[in-house]
Ligand binder design. Structure first.
Ligand code: ADP
Length: 661
C-alpha cells in the first residue's frame, strides 16, 4: 500500500515530535518543518497537514486558503498557558473544521484519531482465501459450489496423496477437510499439508459419530469443526472466520515488523542525539520558566561542578551574577518560539570564579509547558582577545596621534624655517644693499668731485669714512655668516686662556660707544667686586658682549640706560645685560636664539639678520656655559650668561672646534 505523507508545520513543540513518532508507527511518511523554513505550499502534496500552535497568524491565514480542501489537524497547547492558549483559539477559529489534538491525550487516543482522519481502517478490498476441500467422495461437491458461489477459489482432492500434490504446487490458505479421507484421518491430512504450507488453517467436517474423538482433533490445532450435515451459511461463516483470523495474524505480524523498525530507528536517533548532547563541549541546559533545571549535559555539569542529581536542586539563576540574572530574565521575556536570542552572561563557577559566556536561548514546548534550551559558549578567550585588540587599537591611536603631532611639529618647524629664511633673505638683501648703496653713492660723489677738478679734502675724507664704515658693516655681516657656517660644521677655533671678563666687557664698550653716544645711552658695568678672571676665548666673549650691547642699543629708546651686572654663581661667572627697550614677548624668548629668527616686536624694518644671538649661543656652548633671555620686570630685556670659571684641561688643550691651522 502507498504510504501516507504527512506534513507537520511546527513551532518547536514537543507534542509535534510525539505526533511524528505516532504517525511513523502507523507507517506514514512524516516531515516535521519549522514554520520559519516553510516555503511554497501546494495543497495536495501531503495526505494531511498538522499545524502546531505558535505559528504566526499571517502564515495560518495563507495556509487556510491553500489547504481548504485538505485534511488538517491542529496541535493545541496546555490550557494553563493562558496567553498561548488565547492565540491558539484564534487558529482554531480559522480552521474550525480541523481536528484538534490536545497534549493531554494518551498516545493510543491520538493514534486512533489519526487513523480515523487518515481512514487507515476504511473500506479496503479484502483478498479472498484459497481453499483446498478434501472429501472422501463426490457426495460433498455442494460444499465446493457454496464456496465458489461466494467468490472463494476452491480446489478439490479425494485423498491425502492428491491433497499433498496440490499443496506442493499451489498456495493454500484454508484446508476444508473431512474427518476421514480414504483411510487417513482429517487431522493427519492437515498436519501433512501444514508441513508444506505452514500458515495454512484448517476446518474439519465431522459426522455425528465422530464427536467422541473431538478433543483429540482440537488438540491437533484445527481452527474450527463443522458437524455434518451443515448448511451453506455455517460453512461460509467458518471459512470467513478462519480467513479473518489469518488476515489479522498477518496484519499483526506486519505491524510488529513496522513497530520494530520504527523503534529501531528511534533508538538510533535517540542514541545519536544523546551522544551529541552528552559529548558536545558546550554546556547545554534545559530549564523551566522559573529557572529550575530540567536537564543538562556533561559539559554543563562540569562547568557548574555538580553531578546530575545535584543539578536538579538548583535554578539556573543561582549560577549567574546579579546583572546576568537580570539580563537573562530580560531575554526570556523577549524570547519566543518565533526566534532565538543570545545574550552575554557571567556564570559563577566554584573552580574558576565568574566566567564570561554567551548563551543562545530558544523557547521550547516541554510537555505542553514553556521551557528554554540554552547553549553556553565560553568567551573568555574571545574577551581576552578583544581586550588585547582594544589595547592595541588604543596604542595605535596614541602612536598615530603622536606621529601626527610630530609631523605637525615638523611641518610647523619647516614652515617656520621657511619663514625665517624668507625673512633672512629680505633682511640680508637690506643689510647688504644699505652699505653697498652707501659705498657706491659716496664713491660716486668723490669721483664726481675729482672729475670736476675739485679736491675738497674734508668732503673727500668724509666720503671715504662713510665708505669705510659701510665696508666694515658688510665685512661684519659676512663674518657673521662665515662664523655661523663654521660653527655649524664644528670648525670654529676655540682658544681658551685665562682672561679678565671686566676687561673684555670694557673693550666691547669701545666697540659700541659710537652708537651709545649717538643715542645718548649710558652703559654701566656693575662688577660687584667679583673675581672676573675665567678660562675663556677672549675674542668670542668680546664678540658675544658686543653683540648683546649692540642689540640692547638697537632696541632701546634714546636716553635710556643699559646695565651690565657680574655675579658669582658657584663655579660659574654670571653676566647680565639689562636694557629698558622694546623687550621680547614671553613666548619668543627661546626662539630669538634660533638662526635667522627675530622677535615679532622688532622684525619689521628693524634690520638685522637674526644671526647674532645664534652665534652668541654657539660661542657660549663652546665654553660649556648657558645663555638665555628673560623679560625685564621694569620693561626691556635681560640677557643672562653663565660661564664656567675653569675649562676642563683636555678641552682647553684640544677644544672640539679647534681650527685646522
Ligand atoms: P639681529 O639683531 O641681527 O636681527 P640677533 O640674533 O642679534 O639678530 O637678534 C635676533 C632678534 O632678537 C632681534 O632681531 C630682535 O628681534 C630680538 N632681540 C635681540 N636682542 C634684543 C633686545 N635687547 N631687545 C629686544 N629685542 C631683541
Amino acid at each position: 500500500m502507498v504510504k501516507r505523507r504527512i506534513l507537520i508545520i511546527d513551532a518547536t513543540t514537543v507534542l509535534a515530535m510525539r505526533i511524528k513518532v505516532l504517525l511513523e508507527l502507523l507507517d506514514c511518511e512524516v516531515e516535521l518543518l519549522h514554520f520559519a523554513n516553510l516555503e511554497v505550499i501546494e495543497p495536495n502534496d501531503y495526505d494531511m497537514y498538522i499545524l502546531a500552535h505558535g505559528i504566526p497568524m499571517a502564515l495560518a491565514c495563507d495556509l487556510k486558503q491553500a489547504l481548504s480542501t485538505c485534511n488538517v489537524a491542529l496541535l493545541a497547547p496546555k490550557a494553563e498557558q493562558g496567553e498561548v492558549f488565547a492565540s491558539f483559539a484564534e487558529l482554531n477559529k480559522l480552521f474550525i473544521e480541523a481536528q484538534v489534538i490536545y497534549p493531554f491525550y494518551e498516545n493510543k487516543e491520538i493514534s486512533a484519531l489519526l487513523e480515523s482522519i487518515l481512514e487507515i481502517d476504511g473500506p479496503q478490498s479484502i483478498a479472498l482465501p484459497q481453499v483446498l476441500h478434501v472429501s472422501p467422495h463426490d457426495s460433498q461437491a455442494h460444499i465446493q459450489q457454496w464456496l465458489t458461489g461466494a467468490h472463494i477459489c476452491v480446489l478439490g482432492a479425494h485423498s491425502l496423496t492428491q491433497a499433498l500434490e496440490i499443496a506442493n504446487g499451489t498456495h493454500i490458505d484454508i484446508l476444508l477437510c473431512h474427518y476421514q479421507v480414504q483411510g487417513d484421518s482429517g487431522s493427519d491430512v492437515y498436519l501433512q499439508v501444514k508441513r508444506i504450507q505452514s500458515h495454512c488453517r484448517c476446518i474439519l467436517l465431522i459426522n455425528q459419530g465422530d464427536k467422541a474423538n473431538l478433543l483429540e482433533v482440537i488438540r491437533s490445532g484445527v481452527d474450527d469443526v463443522i458437524e455434518l450435515p451443515a448448511d451453506q451459511s455455517i460453512v461460509l461463516k467458518s471459512v470467513h472466520k478462519a480467513w479473518q483470523t489469518e488476515l489479522l495474524k498477518r496484519n499483526n505480524a506486519q505491524l510488529l515488523e513496522r513497530l520494530q523498525d520504527t523503534v529501531d530507528a528511534l533508538i538510533e536517533k535517540d542514541s545519536l542525539l544523546r551522544v551529541v548532547f552528552k559529548n558536545t563541549p558546550d554546556a547545554v541546559i534545559l530549564f523551566a520558566r522559573d529557572g529550575s533545571l530540567i536537564d543538562a549535559n556533561d559539559a554543563a555539569a562540569k562547568l557548574l561542578n555538580l553531578n546530575q542529581t545535584e543539578l536538579a536542586k538548583y535554578t539556573l539563576f543561582q549560577f549567574l551574577s546579579p546583572s546576568s540574572e537580570q539580563n537573562l530574565l530580560q531575554t526570556m521575556r523577549s524570547t519566543s518560539s518565533l526566534n532565538q536570542h543570545s545574550c552575554e552572561l557571567e556564570v559563577q563557577t566554584s573552580k574558576r570564579g565568574l566566567i564570561p559566556m554567551v548563551g543562545s536561548f530558544s523557547e521550547i514546548d516541554y510537555h505542553g509547558a514553556i521551557a528554554y534550551a540554552v547553549i553556553f559558549k565560553n568567551v573568555t578567550n574571545l574577551k581576552e582577545r578583544q581586550v588585547l585588540l582594544e589595547e592595541a587599537r588604543d596604542e595605535l591611536e596614541i602612536r598615530v596621534k603622536e606621529r601626527t603631532r610630530e609631523l605637525e611639529l615638523a611641518k610647523d618647524q619647516a614652515e617656520a624655517a621657511n619663514r625665517s629664511k624668507s625673512e633672512f633673505l629680505a633682511n640680508m638683501s637690506h643689510e647688504l644693499r644699505t652699505p653697498m648703496h652707501s659705498i657706491l653713492s659716496f664713491s660716486r660723489f668723490g669721483l664726481d668731485k675729482l672729475s670736476n677738478g675739485e679736491t675738497p679734502i674734508d668732503k673727500l675724507s668724509k666720503y671715504l669714512n662713510r665708505i669705510h664704515t659701510s665696508g666694515e658693516r658688510l665685512l661684519s655681516l659676512l663674518n657673521n655668516l662665515l662664523d655661523l657656517s663654521k660653527l655649524d660644521v664644528g670648525k670654529f677655533p676655540f682658544c681658551p686662556s685665562r682672561a679678565d671678563v671686566c676687561k673684555l666687557i670694557e673693550s666691547s664698550f669701545t666697540d659700541v660707544s659710537g652708537t651709545a653716544m649717538e643715542k645718548h645711552i649710558n652703559i654701566k658695568l656693575h662688577d660687584n667686586d667679583v673675581n672676573s678672571h675665567i678660562d675663556c676665548d677672549g675674542a668670542q666673549i668680546t664678540q658675544v658682549i658686543t653683540n648683546l650691547l649692540g642689540n640692547a642699543l638697537k632696541f632701546s629708546t634714546e636716553g635710556s640706560e643699559i646695565d651690565i651686572y657680574l655675579h658669582e654663581d658657584g663655579d660659574n661667572l654670571g653676566i647680565q645685560v639689562v636694557d629698558h627697550g622694546v623687550g621680547i614677548p614671553e613666548n619668543e624668548l627661546e626662539h630669538v636664539f634660533d638662526k635667522f629668527s627675530q622677535s615679532s616686536q622688532t622684525n619689521r624694518g628693524a634690520g638685522g639678520t637674526g644671526l647674532g644671538l645664534a652665534i652668541c649661543r654657539e660661542f657660549v656652548a663652546l665654553h660649556h656655559g648657558r645663555i638665555h633671555a628673560k623679560q625685564n620686570p621694569k620693561g626691556g630685556t635681560i640677557i643672562e650668561i653663565s660661564l664656567p670659571k675653569v675649562q676642563q684641561a683636555q678641552e682647553t688643550q684640544a677644544p672640539p672646534h679647534k681650527p685646522a691651522e
